[in-house]
Design a protein around this ligand. Structure first.
Ligand code: XMP
Length: 518
């Protein structure tokens, strides 16, 4: 199997370590993030990185027992880039000095100016004699290590950019991975070029390797895959199908809480177009029956989650000799990042997934997307020929329309909600806004309001439109539609959807709201 060049990111606990990986992947460089505690001499030898990056972190190198990289990182003979805490730890370990405070803490935007010396790392970097960067440090380097020179300074960081070009050790006080360092990507580009990376991490290459790996892992055994119609499970299914054909069986459970036309689309795509073995289970009576009279959001979520697992297990049991369960786990779910916050966080919502199922059923896991970020999954989907409709789709929660129908769920309300949602999404697509929005949907409200249509009085449901922008769903802003768009959409929904006579627009951001209504 061809091996790609690998870069190792040692995580010292910065909030933005994942962004370093994103920037590198965008350059077609394969990298992995590992917490500093795990990176021992043996780990380094085994990983065999072609370059290393030390991330930032919240600790102070002046504190005894603070995080350190293994000494052998410096003798491997590979280029190293230290960022913020990573710079300070590099200086300290190589004979420089780091001090705390003394009025030189810097948080936020700053400008770095070059010194007289040229450095290939900074090629094409400084414009108009300075460059904007993002600083976030309390400590600062007060004496650089032997062999290093200064290549950039800022008012709060006289050693903003330092390097020992002979050993290819580079260290910067700012964060090139964040948006507020506009030319940060260029710095990473120069670094990986200097380290000899050829940009060999491509989706075509990944597809080939992943297929080989699945065949190796699974052999001639059978695999079950829960298909939801979302991008992750769709891409995982198509990839595994390409590797093992009919030894893959997909199970698609229709819980009666899907959007308009969704179940048919999934069946047509995977059974008819891709010729996959697909069990399409219409279990809407079972789910909607169990949800009758339930209005508490957590009870709804738990009821659906538990039933889903039971139903999935029943169908999976019918597949003779299945030994593996496929899951669309992504890289952000498996990164063991260093957490300094400690303690369990509160449960805001019980998420719906099939975790725990493999152990219960004695199945082994196949997770072909474990190394990928979301946008890489999309790129792989395109590589595999999945239509844009599946790839570019907004996220859709496991409990489906149940959590967009506050209060009791009835078939009548679901039918109205489906129609209103379809009109809303059609409007968004027609106006060319779909790809700008992270997620958009309608929620049907548990109130009826009075209206007047023609000469008659109406007494129908009110609905709320929701549309947000977000990077990862953790925080979100409401989408600033024009008043014209909102007016036109409200008119269309009221005219085209029987059962709704009032439309509102939800302008809550997350936090304090959540994206879904429940
Ligand atoms: P909230 O509503 O918590 O949602 O702001 C954040 C993102 O997660 C999605 N979501 C879910 N996805 N199972 C899922 O697979 C769930 O139970 C679930 N609940 C919320 C939500 O649609 C948004 O993208």
């Amino acid at each position: 199997m061809t091996q790609h060049q690998r870069l190792l990111i040692i995580d010292f606990g910065s909030q933005v370590t994942q962004l370093i990986a994103r920037r590198l992947r965008e350059l077609n460089v394969y990298c992995e993030i590992h917490p500093y505690q795990k990176v021992t001499d043996a780990f380094l030898t085994d990983f065999a990185p072609q370059a290393i990056i030390f991330s930032g972190g919240p600790d102070s190198v002046t504190r005894e027992g603070s995080p350190r990289p293994p000494k052998s990182a410096f003798t491997l003979g590979v280029p190293i880039l230290g960022i913020c805490y990573g710079q300070q730890v590099m200086m300290q370990e190589l004979g420089g000095l780091v001090e705390s405070g003394h009025g030189t803490a810097e948080f936020g935007r700053a400008y770095v100016t070059p010194t007289e010396r040229a450095l290939p790392l900074l090629e094409g970097w400084f414009q108009d004699g300075r460059e904007q960067v993002w600083m976030s440090h309390g400590d600062h380097v007060s004496r650089i290590a032997p062999g290093f020179e200064v290549y950039g300074t800022s008012p709060g960081a006289p050693f903003a950019i330092t390097a020992d070009p002979e050993r290819h050790f580079y260290a910067v006080q700012f964060h090139p991975e964040v948006h507020h360092t506009p030319k940060g990507a260029k710095l990473y580009e120069n670094f990986v070029r200097l380290a000899g990376f050829t940009g060999d991490w491509t989706m075509a290459g990944y597809r080939e390797q992943a297929i080989e790996k699945i065949r190796e892992q699974v052999g001639d055994k059978k695999v079950i895959c829960g298909l939801s119609g979302g991008v992750d499970s769709s891409v995982a299914a198509v990839l595994i199908h390409e590797a093992i054909g009919d030894n893959l069986t997909c199970v698609f459970v229709d819980h009666g809480l899907l959007r308009k036309g969704e179940a048919e689309e999934v069946v047509t795509m995977f059974r008819d177009h891709y010729n996959m073995r697909l069990i399409a289970a219409d279990e809407s009576d079972l789910f909607l029956g169990a949800l009758e009279g339930v209005s508490d959001p957590e009870v709804k979520r738990k009821t659906i989650g538990k039933l889903f697992i039971d139903v999935f297990q029943n169908y999976a049991n019918q597949i003779d000799g299945a030994e593996f369960l496929a899951q669309g786990t992504l890289y952000p779910d498996v990164i063991e990042s260093v957490s300094f916050s400690g303690g369990p966080s509160v449960t805001i919502k019980s998420h719906h997934n099939v975790g725990g199922l493999p152990e219960k059923m004695g199945l082994k896991l196949v997770e072909p997307l474990r190394e990928l970020f979301k946008d890489e999954v999309r790129a792989l989907g395109r590589e595999l020929g999945l239509p844009e409709k599946f790839i570019g789709r907004h996220p859709f929660p496991g409990p489906g329309l149940a959590i967009r129908c506050p209060g009791e769920i009835t078939r009548e309300k679901l039918a109205i909600l489906r129609e209103a949602d379809a009109v809303y999404i059609d409007q968004i697509r027609k106006h060319g806004l779909y790809d700008e929005i992270w997620q958009a949907f309608v929620a049907i409200l548990p109130v009826r309001t009075v209206g007047v249509m023609g000469d008659g009085r109406t007494y129908d449901y009110a609905c709320a439109l929701r549309a947000v922008t977000s990077v990862d769903g953790m925080t979100a802003d409401y989408y600033p539609f024009s008043h014209d768009f909102l007016g036109e959409t409200a008119t269309r929904i009221i005219n085209e959807v029987k059962g709704i006579n009032r439309v509102t627009y939800d302008i809550t951001s997350k936090p304090p709201g959540t994206i879904e209504w429940e």
